[in-house]
Design a protein around this ligand. Structure first.
Ligand code: HEC
Length: 135
C-alpha cells in the first residue's frame, strides 16, 4: 500500500533543496566559527585580533595592508616568499606554530594565531570557504 504522505514529503524536500542550495553554498561552514573571534571574512571587513581574510587564497602571506599587527615571526615567514595555497593553508591551520617554525627555521616562534584544526575534512571545508571569498 502507498503512503500518500511520502510523495508530499518528497516534493517538499525537493522544493527545500532547490530553495536552500544557493544560500547554503555561500553559507559559512561550522568549522569557520573557530576563526570569527579573530578574523572577519567580508570584503573590506575590519581587522580584529587577526587580519581580514577576504581573498586570502593565492596571496602572499601578510598582504592585508590594513592590518598593522602581524607578528615578527609571521613577517619573517612571509619574507621567505610564503604564499597561501591549499597546501600551505592546510599545514598552517592544522598547527600554526610548527608551520611557522618550519618556514622560518627558528626554533621558537610567537603568534596569536594558535587555533589548530585537527580534522582534515574541516580544514578542507575552511579552505573551500576561503576560496569562495573573491570578487
Ligand atoms: C586567537 C585569534 C585567532 C584565531 C582564533 C584565528 N586566527 Fe588566524 N590569525 C591570527 C593572527 C593574529 C594572525 C596574524 C599572524 C601573526 O601575526 O602571527 C592570523 C593570521 C591568519 C592567516 C594569514 C593571513 C595573512 O594575512 O597572511 C590565515 C590564513 C588565518 N589566520 C586563518 C585562520 C583560520 C582559518 C582560523 C580558524 C580556523 C583562524 N585563523 C583563527 C589570529 C587568529
Amino acid at each position: 500500500m502507498m503512503f500518500p504522505g511520502n510523495r508530499k514529503i518528497a516534493s517538499l524536500l525537493f522544493g527545500l533543496t532547490f530553495l536552500v542550495t544557493p544560500a547554503f553554498a555561500a553559507d559559512t561552514p561550522k568549522a569557520v566559527r573557530s576563526c570569527v573571534a579573530c578574523h572577519t571574512f567580508d570584503k573590506g571587513g575590519p581587522s580584529k585580533i587577526g587580519p581580514n581574510l577576504f581573498g586570502v587564497v593565492g596571496k602572499p602571506a601578510a598582504s592585508d595592508a590594513n592590518f598593522a599587527k602581524y607578528g615578527e615571526d609571521f613577517l619573517a615567514a612571509a619574507g621567505t616568499g610564503l604564499t597561501w595555497t591549499d597546501d600551505t593553508l592546510d599545514a598552517y591551520i592544522a598547527d600554526p606554530v610548527p608551520f611557522l617554525r618550519k618556514v622560518t627555521g627558528k626554533a621558537s616562534v610567537r603568534t596569536y594565531m594558535i587555533t589548530r584544526i585537527r580534522r582534515a575534512d574541516e580544514r578542507a571545508e575552511i579552505i573551500d570557504y576561503l576560496k569562495s571569498l573573491k570578487d
